[in-house]
Design a protein around this ligand. Sequence first.
Ligand code: ADP
Ligand code: MG
Length: 112
Amino acid sequence: MKKIEIITRQEKLNGLKELLVVHNCQGMTVSSVMGCGRQKGYIPEMNIVGSDINLLPKVMVFTVVEDDETEELLADIANVIGTGKAGDGKVFVYDIQEAMRIRTNERGEKAL
Ligand SMILES: Nc1ncnc2c1ncn2[C@@H]1O[C@H](COP(=O)(O)OP(=O)(O)O)[C@@H](O)[C@H]1O
Ligand SMILES: [Mg+2]
């Protein structure tokens, strides 16, 4: 199992939700976060000097999927929400060691 963590623009949330449903994701967790990437939160044309950092509001979505789903999901995320512009966001992929549905005690992929 893999945890797919997506941090992107807030206005991409609806498209992302639809995409996850299409990929048969069994659940998702969404939070509002603040963040910055390489531009330190400024528009690329601004040429900021020094160590100032501007945190921008972003949305963070995570879902845990079966290993086989990972590559197609990543490809689709890039296709559907990518604009080619700075601030499109990032995806981090983590190995998930175990899962358990508390209600039934099911473990592993059955718990997704
Ligand atoms: N290396 C990182 N570690 C943790 N979060 C990151 C990292 N890079 C980007 N993020 C998160 O992703 C959001 C979008 O990043 P983005 O501006 O698209 O990245 P970059 O400018 O590096 O191409 C950031 O606002 C931040 O919340
Ligand atoms: Mg950036």
